[in-house]
Design a protein around this ligand. Structure first.
Ligand code: NAG
Ligand code: NAG
Ligand code: NAG
Ligand code: NAG
Ligand code: NAG
Length: 450
């Protein structure tokens, strides 16, 4: 019997030590940042500092393969730092992960092809843009995650779209959302309060036959609209339904968080041969009362993919831009202050792995996400993710075993609070039951083996 007791005590100690180790792994005074990377086989929870995959959520039942069989095709959003919403593109539904439980806790049916998701915190709502007919579903996130409205139109006639929404608490008090549609010559306005269709702003007189990517500057309150398959971008005052200026370049515009810059990424690829034809960056300088000016246009040889802004390390103001590349295992870094003062502002971080580039595949973009000290970007062709330390702007390392990462976001959690929550208590009891069960299962073996 003594060996049984030893084992029992030993195992209990092991369980306790294991739990203490887990608890101590979290910095006591700070927060822990983890990245959720959405891959083809699973959602990977990556801890950047030690470059480890902490756990995974299997894609299995969460993902309905459709044509092209892409899992987790659209955008993922974080609500109140508690819940992650993401679409099952082929399955007409969105799933919700509770970041404390690290698992899916809710699934909500939507219109087909849910692609881009928006969290509107001032309304406590998530708006889901379904691309099948260009409509929106609304999920109330203030309580029980209930779908309150479905199929709000964002089109002239129902039908297939690619499009995006700009909605901001600052724009008309957060009461109007503006939606692009790649086959409609303008912007659809949605009434965010009544959750209904409002109006269409027709800009076909500008030579715009469809609208696509869109960015809003919080500084001059202008919106930059890319017209689909056109060679210009429109700077607009949406509230006045006014075109301020037609810029003679194309690309996907991004606004810096302070609204002082618009950076547009332009890439042209021959879809048949997968050959890069052109790759450029255009930078606009925005001021509050002066007209917008072009700061610089330059070529980036390896094909610009996506970008992310990051505050300059150790400084009050100023941003750097990290730009991922299509055909290179580098990430470009552009210092906007340096660029403004006319200095050489472009550098590269090498050895970050490659993104998968398949001819005709829309799934080849390389996303990046920055949170605090860390920037993470999946290298889908290497089945790994690159981690960059933004304080040194150097590669911190690669995390292997992340299969075909496509989308990602970061979650920063405060240290676990000292008074145990009811769930923590329940988990403790479960763990105790688990130990007991294991001991009971082992007991006959141990007793027999003596
Ligand atoms: C990384 O690992 C070290 C050593 O195991 C540990 O002390 C530290 O807390 C870990 N960092 C994070 C963020 O988990
Ligand atoms: C947009 O305006 C053009 C030119 O005035 C017109 O021909 C077209 O029918 C309008 N489209 C819509 C959907 O209002
Ligand atoms: C765009 O316009 C600027 C002048 O505003 C000119 O310098 C530039 O060459 C033009 N670019 C293209 C691609 O036409
Ligand atoms: C793309 O490549 C194919 C095959 O070489 C060629 O026939 C076609 O003209 C190219 N398209 C463009 C836009 O360059
Ligand atoms: C990515 O894969 C390529 C081709 O297999 C290999 O040459 C390269 O070293 C890999 N890079 C990283 C960072 O793992």
């Amino acid at each position: 019997m003594s060996s049984f007791l030893t084992l029992l005590i030993g195992f209990t100690c092991f369980a306790n030590v294991y739990c203490n180790v887990l608890r101590e792994a979290l910095p006591v005074d700070g927060t822990t940042t983890v990245f959720y990377v959405f891959g083809s086989e699973a959602i990977y929870i990556v801890e950047p500092e030690n470059k480890t995959v902490l756990s995974t959520i299997e894609a299995g039942d969460l993902c309905t393969p459709g044509r092209g069989s892409y899992c987790f095709f659209g955008t993922e959003i974080l609500v109140r730092n508690e819940l992650i919403f993401f679409g099952d593109y082929g399955g007409s539904r969105v799933h919700v992960i509770d970041v404390r439980k690290r698992k899916v806790v809710e699934t909500i049916a939507t219109e087909p092809r849910p692609y881009d998701l928006y969290y509107l915190p001032w309304l406590e709502e998530v708006w889901v843009h379904a691309w099948f007919q260009s409509t929106f579903d609304v999920i109330d996130v203030s309580g029980n995650l209930e779908k309150t409205h479905k199929a709000i139109k964002a089109h002239i006639t129902p039908g297939w779209t690619h499009g995006f929404m700009v909605a901001n608490k600052e724009i008309e008090d957060g009461k109007v959302g503006y939606v692009t549609h790649f086959r409609n010559p303008g912007l659809h306005q949605l009434d965010l309060t009544t959750k209904s269709y409002k109006d269409f702003h027709n800009i076909s007189d500008q030579g715009c036959h469809g609208t696509f990517y869109i960015a809003y500057s919080s500084l001059n309150k202008h919106t930059f609209v890319e017209c689909f398959r056109a060679d210009f971008i429109l700077e607009m005052d949406l509230t006045k339904e006014q075109v301020i200026r037609k810029w003679n370049f194309s690309g996907k515009p991004y606004a810096s968080p302070d609204g002082r810059f618009i950076v547009a990424l332009y890439i042209s690829i021959n879809r048949t041969t997968n050959q890069l034809l052109d790759s450029k960056i255009h930078v606009l300088r925005i001021s509050e009362n002066e007209p917008t000016s072009i700061l610089k246009t330059f070529d980036i040889p390896s094909g610009v993919s996506r970008l992310v802004f990051d505050k300059k390390a150790g400084q009050q103001s100023g941003y750097v831009v990290y730009i991922s590349l299509h055909f290179s295992d580098k990430i470009a870094i552009l210092d906007l202050d340096e660029l403004e003062s006319g200095r050489d502002a472009l550098r590269y971080i090498e050895g970050v792995g490659f993104v998968q580039t398949t001819p005709y595949s829309p799934a080849t973009a390389r996303p990046l996400f920055v949170s605090g000290r860390w920037l993470v970007s999946p290298a889908s062709a290497n089945d790994s993710v690159a981690i960059i330390d933004t304080s040194t702007q150097k590669l911190h390392g690669m995390v292997p075993g992340v299969v075909k990462g496509r989308g990602l976001l970061a979650v920063s959690l405060p240290p676990p609070s000292s008074p145990p929550s009811p769930t923590a208590g329940a988990e403790g009891k479960l763990r105790f039951n688990g130990i007991l069960t294991l001991v009971m299962l082992l007991a006959p073996i141990i007793l027999h083996g003596r």
